[in-house]
Design a binder for this molecule. Structure first.
Ligand SMILES: NC(=O)C1=CN([C@@H]2O[C@H](COP(=O)(O)OP(=O)(O)OC[C@H]3O[C@@H](n4cnc5c(N)ncnc54)[C@H](O)[C@@H]3O)[C@@H](O)[C@H]2O)C=CC1
Ligand SMILES: Cc1cc2nc3c(=O)[nH]c(=O)nc-3n(C[C@H](O)[C@H](O)[C@H](O)COP(=O)(O)O)c2cc1C
Length: 173
């Protein structure tokens, strides 16, 4: 049997990787949870669809974030995709602000899972965390979607080139 030698590839610097990732436009989301471990929320652009059967999305959360143990212990969360105009809220949930101040800046409803739904979000996904996989510094939370709330009147918000950009719906252009 022949042994196939795998190529040894060079490492990419962390900053070069981040500069490259800044070229990828992404939706901006506030991920929330509330339960026995308490209430928490953080801004995340590392969110994407995994499969529609069962409806599942993933959220990548840095294990060094202050909110990490709260999400680990509650096991339920809501992905609130931000709309145009939510830039300040996104920055507030982007770190280093006390949790009470983050939540005081907007209006919320409680979902079946107990997680806070952001009033005026473009769309909200109420989820149960079905599986967690650790890769490097982050946990990948695979989230089964159990309820949806859409707000079809608002425009979208994207994070691109380290700044916010409004995404207008077709009929508004
Ligand atoms: N996946 C993540 O954990 C992300 C974290 N952030 C955090 O938000 C702050 C501002 O970010 P930017 O202004 O976009 O500038 P930045 O230079 O820190 O990041 C540029 C891009 O690299 C990626 N990135 C940043 N930190 C990462 C991490 N720890 N792991 C994996 N990918 C990462 C993201 O795609 C980000 O948009 C930073 O503290 C950054 O660490 C931002 C986006 C994603
Ligand atoms: C635009 C933006 C996108 C972010 N995306 C992520 C992400 O996908 N995953 C993540 O772990 N942190 C992300 N962060 C950083 C977290 O929001 C931040 O670490 C979190 O609020 C916890 O901060 P704390 O430890 O000060 O509480 C992002 C920040 C910003 C401003």
């Amino acid at each position: 049997m022949s042994v196939h030698e795998l190529p040894v590839l060079p490492a990419v610097e962390r900053d070069a990787f981040r500069n490259a990732m800044a070229c990828l436009g992404a939706a901006v989301n506030i991920i929330t949870t509330d339960g026995p471990a308490g209430r928490a929320g953080f801004t995340a652009s590392a969110v994407c669809s995994v499969t529609d059967s069962p409806p599942t999305l993933l959220v990548c959360l840095n294990r060094s974030a202050s909110v990490w143990p709260i999400f680990r212990d509650n096991g339920y969360l809501c992905v609130n995709t931000l709309a145009a105009g939510h830039e300040e809220l996104s920055t507030l949930f982007g770190g280093k602000t006390p949790m009470a101040d983050r939540f005081a800046a907007a209006d919320w409803h409680t979902l079946a899972s107990g997680s806070p739904l952001l009033d005026g979000a473009l769309v909200s996904f109420d989820c149960k965390v079905a599986q967690v996989v650790s890769v490097g510094t982050h946990d990948i939370l695979f989230c089964e979607v159990h309820a949806l709330v859409r707000n079809d009147e608002t425009h979208g918000l994207a994070w691109f080139d380290r700044g916010y950009h409004h995404l207008l719906r077709q009929d508004a252009r």
